[in-house]
Design a protein around this ligand. Structure first.
Ligand code: MRU
Length: 342
């Protein structure tokens, strides 16, 4: 299994090793992170990405900051400012700030306490991956039966996006292991192609049959009856069950509602933000125009053209058949609100 994120201990304390997801699948390269600036750059450029992996990156980032602070003689104010900058490096996935803040709370107890807290977050994510994968596969079997299922997914929710097997991907993997998965339709996931580059790479490694399609094919694939369910991850799930995820997720939910097939959101509980009432309050990250207007560095649009590049959309809870976390499965479309309490 690919390790997207790993703490490497050394006599001087250690560093954070990330697989550089920008280079995949052509090149498997690693980034050894020793400064907060390097980590913020890795987060902003999606060298590390996916909400649970960002949670672990935020957590280990506090350890990185403490070692850097010691090396460079920072004062406490500078260190605390670095904690904040790290937590704010991307706004939509709640896990990043959550991981950074959980671990920063251990700061006064020293480096070892910080590192222990970061390891605890990473291990809890692994356990959550395993548990929710089983719960999600059980739920799908109870709704759709034991015959081989066909799925559609969007973005990347596998090992690269988490600390272990994945969330939505974990459920697909579990179904595959149980002999209950026939085919996965993988949205390419414009503009950064997490589906084509990352999900398809992971499915290939796991020997899971799949087809990559353009995002624009998704609604038609669903309405033509080519899939039995859709499954995605989440960057933030609000108290009422609204779920923010990669731009294009909402289109799948709308099509599933029309086709009357299950639309499933899978995430560790650390992605639940019960302090935010509903999805309209979630900050949606807007990214650079060049991601839309260029392909592999080649300009596609006429000079002067501007882009609209929101990285995420919000699926309202009434379009979601099930939210699967390690704590259980809730059915937002039929359950009393709010679903999650702080
Ligand atoms: O911009 P990204 O690649 O970080 O977006 C990732 C997603 O939208 C994932 O679906 C989400 O974080 C869940 S990952 C288990």
């Amino acid at each position: 299994m690919t390790k997207a994120i790993e703490w490497i201990s050394t006599p001087a304390g250690g560093f954070l090793r990330l697989i550089d997801q920008r280079a995949l699948p052509a090149t498997t390269a690693y980034l050894d992170i020793t400064t907060v600036a390097q980590l913020i750059d890795a987060v902003k450029t999606l060298a590390v990405r996916g909400a649970p992996a960002l949670g672990a990156a935020g957590a280990y980032g506090i350890a990185v900051a403490m070692l850097e602070s010691k090396r460079d003689g920072w004062g406490e104010a500078q260190l605390r400012a670095a904690f904040e900058q790290l937590a704010d490096a991307r706004p939509t996935a709640v896990n990043l700030a959550w991981g950074a803040k959980q671990v920063a709370a251990q700061y006064s107890h020293g480096f070892e306490a910080v590192l222990t807290a970061a390891h605890k977050i990473a291990r809890a994510d692994e356990a959550a991956n395993r548990k929710l994968s089983q719960l999600g596969a059980d739920w799908l079997t109870s709704k759709l039966g034991k015959h081989k299922l066909r799925a559609i997914t969007h973005c990347n929710t596998g090992a690269l996006a988490t600390t272990a097997w994945g969330t939505g991907y974990g459920i697909l993997h579990e179904l595959h292991t149980r002999g209950q998965l026939e085919m996965v339709y993988v949205d390419e996931t414009r503009p950064l192609l997490q589906g084509t580059r990352l999900t398809s790479w992971e499915l290939t490694q796991d020997g899971i049959p799949h087809l990559v399609q353009v995002d624009g094919a998704a609604a038609s694939t669903i309405l033509r009856g080519l899939v039995d369910f859709a499954i995605i991850g989440a960057d933030r799930i609000t108290a009422n069950g609204d779920s923010a995820n990669k731009i294009g997720s909402l289109a799948l939910a709308l099509a599933c509602a029309r086709a009357q097939i299950p639309f499933i959101v899978a995430a560790p509980y650390s992605t639940v933000d019960a302090t935010t009432a509903s999805g309209d309050l979630v900050e949606i990250e807007n990214r650079d125009d060049a991601e839309v207007l260029e392909l592999a560095g080649v300009k596609l649009a006429a000079p002067g053209v501007k882009a609209f590049n929101p990285a995420f959309d919000v699926t309202p809870h009434d379009l979601i058949s099930a939210i699967v976390t390690e704590r259980g499965v809730v059915e937002p479309a039929v359950t009393q609100q709010p679903l999650f309490a702080p």
